[in-house]
Each structure stands twice: as C-alpha cells, then as structure tokens.
Design a protein around this ligand. Sequence first.
Ligand code: C2E
Ligand code: MG
Ligand code: MG
Length: 697
Amino acid sequence: MQGQGRVMRLGLGAKFTLTVLTILACTMAANALYSLYTSTRFHEKQLVERGRALGRLISLVSPEAILSFDFLLLNEYTRQVSAQPDVVYGVILSPDGAPLSAYIDRGDPLVRERTQETASDDVLGLLRKLDGDPGLIRLEFPIVHNDAHLGRFLVGISKTTLNNEFRRQLEVQLMALTALVLFLSMAIFLAFRHSVLFPIKALISASRDVGRGQHAMVEVKTEDELGQLAIAFNAMAEEVRQEQAKLHRQANFDTLTGLPNRLMALDRINHAISRASRSSEKFALFFIDLDNFKSVNDSLGHAVGDELLVATGARVQAILRDADTVARLGGDEFLVLVPDVVNELQAEEIAERLVRAISQPHTLSGRKVVARCSVGIVLFPENGNTVASLMANADNAMYQAKATGQGSAIFFTEDMNTRLRERMQMEQDLNQALELGQFELYFQPIFDTASGRHRGAEVLLRWQHPERGSISPAVFITLAEATGQIVGIGDWVLEQTCRYWAQWHRAGLGPEFLAINISRVQFRKRFSRRLSELIAIYEVPPSALELEITESVLLDDHNHVAEELNSLRAIGVTLSLDDFGTGYSSLSYLKRFRFDVLKIDRSFVAGLPTNGEDVSLVNAILAMAKGLGLAVVAEGVEHREQLDFLTEQGCALAQGFFLARPMDRQAYAAFLENIPVGEGVVQLPRNRNKQRIVRAG
Ligand code: C2E
Ligand code: MG
Ligand code: MG
C-alpha cells in the first residue's frame, strides 16, 4: 500500500494520449520506412537498368574497335560511360583479363577511399577492392563477335547518391512524422478532453456533492456510454435524494400525523429562541395533552385512537398560521409554537381557540368522540430562555392544568416549580416510606344505623412522615398512583389487613369485615390473584374482606375491569363502590358491574338534613340501591341529625366522626375488646329529633 503512494499518477487524458501517440508513431514510422524502402528499391532497379543498357550498348559497339585495335575509340566509349551520373567506372577487359580500356571516376568518394591504398594506375587492383562493396552495383557484360569471345565490359554504379537521397528522405519524413504525430496527439487529446474528461469531471464533482448531501444532477449531452453513465448517475442521485428525504422525514416527522416530531419541535424552539433574542420579541409555547385519550384507546380501539390523534393534529393546524408550528411530541402530547406573540392576552386567546377546536366532537368510525385537553402555556423569555427550561415549565403548567379539571389551559408560574419540587421531594420520600416502616393503618368503625351494632371498619392508610407528621392518603395517593408506587403500598395494606384480621380473630375480637380501599392502578395489575394468595396464607374468609373501588376504575378498559370484578366475585369478597356520585359513572355501570355495597360520598351527607338538593339526591340513591338490592353505607356522618335522617330513610350502615374517628391498630383493638361479647352493639350517641328532617320534594 505504501508503494502506491510513490507510483506516478497519470491522468486518464495522459494515458490515453500516450497510448494513441505510441500507436500512431509506430504505425506511421513503419509506413514511412516501408514506402522509403520500396522507393529506394525502385531507384536501385532503375540504376541497374541504366547500367544494363550501357553494358549492352558497349558490348554491341566495342567489337569493331577491338578488332581494329582502335583504343582511342574504346577509351572514348569508356569515358562516355563513366561520364554518366553515378557510374564509378567503365572497364573493357581482354579475354585473358587485361584491361583494354578503363575509365574511372576518381572524384567518386568510393574510388577516393580505395586509391589512397592502391597505385592509381592499378585498375585491376582497384576493381578487386571495389568488388563486394555494398555501396556499389557491379555489372559485367561479355563482348562477343561471330561467336568469338573478345573480352568483357565491366561497369560499376555507385549507390551513394541513392543512399544520400534515402537518408535525406528519411530525415524529412521523420520530421514531418513527428510534427504530424504531435499535432494529431494534441487534437486527439483536446477532443478526448472535451468529450470524455469534462463529462467525467462533471460526474466526479456531482458525486462529491451527492456525498455531501447536496442534490446534484449532471447534464446529459450525448447518447454514448458517457451519456448512459450520466443518465444512470442522475437516476442514482435522485434515488439517494429520495432516500435522504425519507430518512429526514422519518427522523423529523411523526409517521401517524405527518406533523413535526419532538426532535423537529425542539429544533424549531431553538431557532425561535435565537430569532426572538435578536429581535427582542416574544413567542409562546403551548403544551397540549389529551385528557381522556387512554379511555378512547381502551374502549374504542387503537384505530379510533389513531384517527383521533390525526384529526386533533389537523384541527390544531387549521386554526394556526403557516408560521406557527404544531408538533406531536408522542402519545397524546402535542406542542404548538407561536412566534411574535405580544402579550399574555394574545397567548390566552390562542389557548382558548386551541381548547375549543380540540373539544369539538369528532365522528370517528361512525361514533361520536369528544376529546378534551389540558394545556400548559409558557412565554419566551419570561418563563425560560432555554429549550429545556421552556419545555419543562410548559410540561409543569400542563400538569397543573390537568389537576384542575378537564379542558383547561394554564400559564406557567414560578410557584408551580415550587409545587413541582415539593411533589418530587414527596415522590422521593414516598420511595423509602415503605422500607422505613413509615406507613400505618387506621381503622374507622362502621355501624348499623338502626341497631347501633358495630359491623366492621374501613382500613385507612396513614403516612407518618418524619418532618411533616401524619399525612392523609388524600395528599399522596394521586402521586403514588402516577408513579406506580401505589402497587407496592397497596399490597402492603392488603397484607397487613389480612394479618391483623387473623390476629384479632384468634383473640376472639374479629370485626365482621374490614373494608380496604383499592386504587385503580393496583386494580390493573392482576389484583385478584394476589388477593387469593393472601387469603390462603392468612386464612381469612373472603366474606370478611370488602373492597372499596372508586368509580374511576370503571373508566378503564371495560373488558379487563369486568373480568377482574368477576374473578373477585368468584373469590367471594364483598365489592363496594366508593365515593358514589362524585365520579363520572352512569347508572349503566351499576347494571353492568355488579356491586354489593354503595358508599354515599360525604359531600352529599354534609348537607343533610337541611340542604334540599342533598336530601333528594341521598333519597334517590337509597331508592335506587334498594331497587338493585345493594347495601348502602353513608360516609362522613358528623352530626346526630345526619345519622337520624339516614336511619329514618333506611340507610343501613354509617361511618363518620360522629360515630367514631379513624383510630390506630391498638385503639381499634381496644375498641373491639370493649364491645360486649355476643352483642357487638355499641352505645351510639343518639337523641332523635325528627322535626329537623327535611324531606325531599
Ligand atoms: P375514602 O375511601 O372516601 O375514605 C374516607 C375518608 O373520609 C377518610 O379520609 C376518612 O378519614 C374521612 N372521614 C371519615 N369520616 C369523616 C367525617 O365524619 N368527616 C370528614 N370530614 N371526613 C371523614 P382519609 O383517611 O384521609 O382518606 C382519604 C382517601 O384516601 C380515602 O377516601 C380513600 O379513597 C383513600 N385511601 C385511604 N386509604 C387508602 C388505601 O389504603 N389505599 C388506597 N388506594 N386509597 C386509600
Ligand atoms: Mg373508602
Ligand atoms: Mg369514600
């Protein structure tokens, strides 16, 4: 590999030109040499022919002069012959080889070379030396007269002129050839550069652009292979572009709604921050979360859930301007970014429009669906100057909006962060509370209204916080539900309850039943299986356990809830519907999910017996419970009047501060011990005053 670095790199143009140059030079040189050779051969033949003509002429005319010993004439003949161009000598020899007449061109270079070594009059010696010289054509002709051999005529013709001409021609040809080859090479190189190198360079630079993620196309100029290459390249570049666009879409857009996703949203907020900082402008972020999306998904199916998300995204988009951004952050969370917001009032108007648009009923798969939402609003720069702080505060405000009820929008305030910090602190403390044994169970007795008999107790959780003292579950249950911690805590409550019941039962104190509050979250986690395990371990008869379930449980996945309730019913525990009337449940739920007990929420008991509305409501609940064969427990009985009214109206059971406050384990055990054995009747603080009961209607 190292060697490669040292190898001289030749460009395609140089390689091509060199190859063409070599081929051209070789072919043209061969061609020139061949034509020179043939023309020289031709001229040599002409020389020989000329010699032959002279020879024949001399052998024809010389016999007469020989026979008459006219040497002068013979000399004239040989002189004439030698005067011919290129003829080096003409010699007439007698039959015995003696020269009769000789004429030698002593100026010829061939002769000049030889005569330096030979005596100038030694004709035969000179002829011997010249014999076999490649630069000389030697011809011999017999001289015959009437069949008598009179001698020989020798003629020598020099090839010097011919060779010189050959050399000159060669030089001229070589020069012309070189010029021609150079010219042709240049022309070929230019043509090659124009039609091959330029398109290739264009392709290389376009490839680099594509590599850098830029969209590049090359011009298709010809239909040859390079043209084909350009077409193929363009097709490939287009494919790469589409692939890149697809990847970009996948990375930055939500596949379901086609809206920008979280990544893109964060990027847009970043841009908005830079722009608004430069121009000292404000912008607003709206963090939107659908309130009942889970129940839509659970009850109507995921396809309808998806449709709802798409429709919501489209509605939000429809009420905004092009410059605004709507993004889906994931799940049922959307984010709206509105630049150039002047003040809170404008942001509030936008939020109102958002809430209104989202809460308009949808018709999805032929069903009417109403989605409500909670919106958290933040303004830049007041509520944060980084993407992270703006997002966190918007999320926090949304969370507060959610806590206030459905379909509301709330601006972020600093004390939300204080509350958030408190909540996070509580979440951390709650994490250790179970391990550190900070939980305790309290028991609030439940009585028969008519007889005053103690029947059982509701089990209530208390958290003995090292700094904050005893904390009611009303404060931390929602948080524990949100974080899932309730599952462990609820399990602890269940097991402790079973354990105490078994203890008290062994001591002969047994309350008839213990009612345990079960969270909606706990209910989702195969609760019935765990319950049967504990019942078996502690040998608690199922009828001694009552499970208090709030109406919110019934909003979850109906099939699962019905299945779980059936399992519990099969175990044989009592099912009680807690806080009846405060939730969203309809009468149809009561029919669908069979309960044994209804607990009238204390908010309805509070107004008894003077508040007409509460009176009618409680009467209606009692009548309905009677019709459905349900037992009723009234919660929060704080006054004698309330108890009297409830007793009068046939509400069989009651609990409340007036009857007994929730008490710890020891206090409840003591309470149980004080009940006369066999009777179970406690002396209730009773003093009926029927005049004060206000009847409904
Ligand atoms: P709940 O099930 O409706 O329980 C009755 C609540 O009313 C209890 O509050 C009780 O102390 C209170 N109360 C009883 N009588 C009176 C009265 O005469 N006047 C007034 N003003 N209040 C009365 P607590 O113990 O603070 O519990 C609040 C809620 O926390 C409970 O409401 C229940 O929903 C939940 N909870 C309690 N313990 C548990 C538990 O172990 N697990 C789960 N998941 N939830 C629990
Ligand atoms: Mg309860
Ligand atoms: Mg209740």
